[in-house]
Write a protein that binds this ligand. Structure first.
Ligand SMILES: [Zn+2]
Length: 343
């Protein structure tokens, strides 16, 4: 008997989910769990709704309700749909629980203490009326290269060039129509280049295992070639506070959804263990090198599961180029397989 972790991608709670979710990884992950249980393995299948980030804030503003109210409503719709489908999760939770906040903050502290979370000054766009970050894709303007009037802050769909929002001519917020204000702002970046060698070593070993679909492993190895530090905090008032003096008090600096949502696999396992009456039971699925862990997702999310989440675990374990101490969750085991059924 082996411990098998079935980590199923977290549906984003900005609306009800559609059939693509169910067909893409909902049914495959459920079939997998049922098979593994019948084969006599000890399966822990967890997931939940992913409830932070800008799209939920923007959606809530449009309806004149709070982000929490929108997330509550969509969580109920999604839970209800999954229950009716009869999928066999051991726990389906959410990223807005006190347990998740505490696990994410402990992960941040471990990664920061080991030197893999670096502070940088960046340029960001904010909405002058709300003071909130305006992500590049919510800014529209004229392309400085081809003159197309509806280019986005991240790219121009007409000429295909990648853009920086500061380069757009007559930039406008797609949310409010206002002209965004560009400011200098301090943020924390996950130092992915310092974790790249360890990621590469892990990916090579996974490739040698022959388990992964060739396209998924190729894609994951390719994105390592152009690896850069990635911002893990935002000027936003909806998210998990940054657990450092001088930061936790700031109401508009929060950990971004990219950092927190992937930690849900660990926090959900910890919540499941506590509910089961044995608070340490989760460790059998996370600290034992013999455990098998399978992550099911759509192809848009491969980067988060073959790069961001393993990088966070390597940083927590103190196993990147800068070394470090093993964090409070013990030596976390990297994914056995990242499964995208869309390739
Ligand atoms: Zn263009």
């Amino acid at each position: 008997m082996t411990h098998v972790l079935n980590a199923v991608a977290w549906p984003y709670a900005n609306g009800p989910r559609h059939l693509g979710h169910v067909a893409g990884f909902g049914v495959p992950s459920d079939v997998f769990s049922r098979y593994m249980r019948m084969a006599g393995h000890d399966v822990l299948m967890i997931s939940g709704t992913d409830e932070h980030g800008t799209p939920i804030l923007v959606g809530a503003d449009k309806e004149g309700i709070t982000a929490r109210e929108l997330a509550d409503r969509n969580n109920r719709l999604i839970v209800d749909d999954l229950a009716k489908l009869g999928v066999s999760y051991d726990l389906f939770t959410r990223t807005t629980t006190a347990n998740h906040y505490s696990v994410v903050q402990d992960m941040f502290t471990a990664v920061h203490d080991n030197g893999y979370m670096v502070e940088k000054t960046t340029h960001g766009a904010i909405s002058p009326s709300t003071g909130r970050t305006l992500p590049d894709r919510y800014i529209e303007g004229t392309c400085p290269i081809c003159g197309y009037a509806e280019a986005r802050g991240d790219q121009c769909d007409n000429c295909g060039n990648q853009l920086d929002a500061t380069e757009l001519i007559n930039p406008k917020s797609k949310v409010s129509g206002e002209t965004p204000k560009f400011i200098e702002t301090q943020h924390f970046f996950l130092d992915l280049p310092a974790l790249a060698d360890s990621l590469n070593e892990w990916l090579n070993a996974r490739e040698a295992s022959g388990l992964w679909r060739p396209n998924v492993i190729k894609f994951s190895q390719n994105i390592l070639k152009d690896i850069r530090p990635r911002a893990m905090s935002r000027d936003i008032d909806w998210g998990i506070p940054i657990p450092l003096d001088g930061w936790r008090e700031q109401p508009t600096k929060r950990l971004y959804v990219w950092f927190d949502a992937v930690i849900g696999y660990l926090s959900a396992s910890i919540e499941w263990a506590r509910r089961s009456g044995d608070a340490e039971a989760w460790r059998a699925w996370w600290n034992d090198p013999e455990t098998l862990s399978y992550y099911f997702m759509g192809k848009d999310n491969i980067t988060f599961h073959s790069q961001i989440w393993p990088a966070e675990m390597i940083a927590h374990n103190g196993a990147g180029a800068r070394g470090g101490e093993v964090g409070p969750f013990g030596e976390l085991q990297l994914p056995t397989e990242v499964v995208s059924s869309e390739f």
